[in-house]
Design a binder for this molecule. Structure first.
Ligand code: NDP
Ligand code: 8X3
Length: 251
């Protein structure tokens, strides 16, 4: 029998690609996000194994009401994919809008903690389940302009490690997937608020695609129940870490 999977941020990018992939694999998916019309379109495309539920992950009451607020038959979630997230801006820390920092923290940290806290008790009680979070290489490798975005993803990586420590001895698994450059999503459009600037990020770079992330998630949740993949770092072959920088005062 297929799994019941709950995805945050399924209206675009990785979340939508993962919903498509997991339904095609014979699972049932609760697809969430703020843009209800996109969820309706996805439900029309994928049929009865896709349940669209509008949800803002920063809405604490709505998140805390999970899974009881879901329809009968959809409440025993086997897999949570805590994917919703965003970066805002790429300027230096001292020039950014402090409200952008707040939104990143509330979405990328609060928006992971809320669904995990709401759905984990059921998984532990059933002694089976899997929490998959979407971190980023930005949580490991600092880069100019990454400040709070990278900080939120570092939080997610450490949180998942600590969850693993709590879950030892249960049948619940936890995995943080940490991608690098991925095109074909709205990530950079949201970050820059400028489609031309977003397009330039990926031009001639042959980035990863959302389907590559979906493939990785499908693999990791399909492994035998004894296997816990703690973290996966993935980049396109065109990307690598930069050397440390030294700014000389003379010359
Ligand atoms: P997209 O912008 O394409 O998708 C982001 C998704 O998150 C959308 O479905 C959006 O839905 C949802 N979302 C944003 N804010 C909220 C909110 N408050 N409540 C509910 N849903 C929300 O980006 P990606 O698919 O590229 O990114 C997915 C995840 O992967 C993010 O966590 C991102 O940080 C991470 N990531 C992305 C990389 C990349 O290069 N693209 C690389 C590494 C990690 P809606 O607007 O409808 O609410
Ligand atoms: C998204 C990848 O390199 O823009 O997490 O931070 S990056």
């Amino acid at each position: 029998m297929g799994l019941t999977v709950f995805i945050t941020g399924a209206t675009a990018g990785f979340g939508r690609a993962t919903a498509r992939r997991l339904v095609a694999d014979g699972n049932r998916v609760v697809a969430t996000g703020r843009r209800a019309e996109r969820l309706q379109t996805l439900a029309a495309e994928l049929g009865p194994n896709l349940l669209g539920v509008p949800l803002d992950v920063t809405d604490r009451d709505a998140v805390a009401a999970l899974p009881g607020s879901l329809p009968d038959g959809w409440r025993a979630i086997d897999v949570l994919i805590a994917n919703a997230g965003l970066a805002l801006g790429l300027g230096p820390a001292w020039e950014c809008d402090p409200l952008d920092w707040t939104r990143m923290v509330e979405t990328n940290i609060g928006g992971v903690l809320g669904p995990v806290r709401a759905l984990l008790p059921g998984m532990v009680a059933r002694d089976r389940g899997h929490v998959v979070t979407i971190g980023s290489i930005a949580g490991t490798y600092p880069y100019p302009g990454g400040h709070v975005y990278g900080g939120t993803k570092a939080f997610v990586a450490q949180f998942v490690g600590n969850l693993k420590a709590d879950l030892v001895g249960t049948g619940v698994r936890v995995t943080n997937i940490e991608p690098g450059l991925v095109g074909g999503s709205e990530f950079s459009n949201v970050r820059f608020g400028d489609d031309a600037k977003a397009e330039a990020v990926y031009r001639n770079a042959d980035p990863l695609l959302p389907e590559d992330i979906a493939e990785t998630i499908a693999w990791v949740i399909g492994l035998p129940a004894r296997v816990n993949v703690n973290r996966i770092e993935m980049m396109p072959v065109t990307q690598g870490p930069a050397a440390l920088t030294v700014k000389r005062r003379d010359g």
